[in-house]
Design a protein around this ligand. Structure first.
Ligand SMILES: Cc1cc2nc3c(=O)[nH]c(=O)nc-3n(C[C@H](O)[C@H](O)[C@H](O)COP(=O)(O)OP(=O)(O)OC[C@H]3O[C@@H](n4cnc5c(N)ncnc54)[C@H](O)[C@@H]3O)c2cc1C
Length: 268
């Protein structure tokens, strides 16, 4: 049976990177008073393709819950149906509609909030923006509990650092939020971090363990511990394409991290 979908009206669409054809979308669910979700979850968008076949794709919510509104961050995938369908929607004149259902998914922050390492590449930044809006709301109390939140964001080029201004401003306002943007194909002129997210994550994990006097690799958790009683003082949240996610998970496992400490979302 088809799921109930809600019409989401496109309120604005902004090209945030010309070279990678990435767009920021703002939608409004006119028929709903509120659209509650946990930061990091996704919606499923549904549309008919050229053959009249219904296609469904998942898109991470790129905002924290905010009345009946939500944001998405989507890049065109060459020859892909849905990403281009969204990228071709027009916000002028207003009125483009996308059918969605949700929210879905378990890519959400553990509470109470602990030290957290957020690792993203490409549009994997979408749920991280949602996390950050929830942790550090513009209006309302900070929910980060003063814990250290590292965001390690890797792209090839500087032009693909989506939402850079937002994250830099957040880091300037919150000393416990650390924004680490790293480029794998940086030009000589780039003064920031270089290389892949894994290398920077490894440094953070090692420095933190040394600072807290914790052994690395971490000693194994007693396998008899009931899952509900497992709790850790740090979690990692990883989002992007599978190659990166697999490689980050493997490095963390090498540091003795428990699989429950590693929360991830794969886009492919
Ligand atoms: C839980 C979840 C959340 C997601 N959230 C987002 C999001 O916030 N933003 C977003 O842009 N995409 C997101 N995706 C990917 C999205 O669902 C689609 O797969 C993507 O838009 C391509 O769909 P398409 O119909 O254009 O291409 P398709 O015709 O389905 O196929 C294109 C090919 O590209 C691969 N692919 C998928 N995503 C990408 C990508 N980002 N870059 C390069 N290749 C890709 C697919 O594996 C497939 O082989 C998410 C996927 C999942 C599972």
């Amino acid at each position: 049976m088809a799921r109930e979908t809600y019409p989401a009206r496109l309120e604005s669409k902004t090209l945030i990177s010309e070279p990678s054809q990435c767009f920021h979308f703002e939608f409004v669910l006119d028929g709903m008073e509120s659209f509650p979700f946990a930061a990091g979850q996704f919606v499923s968008a549904v549309a008919e393709d050229a053959n009249g076949k219904l296609q469904t794709r998942a898109y991470s919510l790129a905002s924290a819950a905010n009345a009946n509104r939500f944001d998405l961050c989507v890049n065109r995938v060459p020859d892909g149906f849905f990403s281009n369908h969204l990228a071709d929607l027009t916000d002028l004149p207003p009125g483009s509609i996308v059918q969605v259902h949700g929210p879905h998914g378990h890519f959400t922050l553990h509470e109470p909030v602990t030290d957290s390492i957020l690792v993203a590449t490409g549009t994997g930044i979408a749920p991280m923006r949602g996390f950050c809006q929830w942790l550090f709301p513009e209006n309302g109390p900070d929910r980060s509990n003063g814990k250290d939140i590292w965001l390690i964001y890797g792209t090839r080029h500087e032009s693909e650092l989506y939402y850079r201004d937002y994250f830099e401003a957040l880091a300037a306002r919150h000393p416990n939020f650390h924004y680490l943007a790293t480029l794998s194909r940086a030009p000589e002129s780039w003064g920031g971090l270089r290389g892949y997210v894994q290398e920077h994550m490894a440094r953070i994990v090692e420095e933190r363990a040394a600072r807290l006097g914790q052994p690395l690799p971490a000693p194994p958790v007693d396998p008899a511990t009931p899952p509900a009683e497992l709790s850790f003082d740090i979690y990692a949240y990883i989002c992007g394409l599978n190659n990166m996610v697999a490689s980050v998970r493997e490095s963390l496992a090498g540091y003795g991290w428990h699989r429950k400490q590693i929360v991830f979302e794969r886009y492919d």
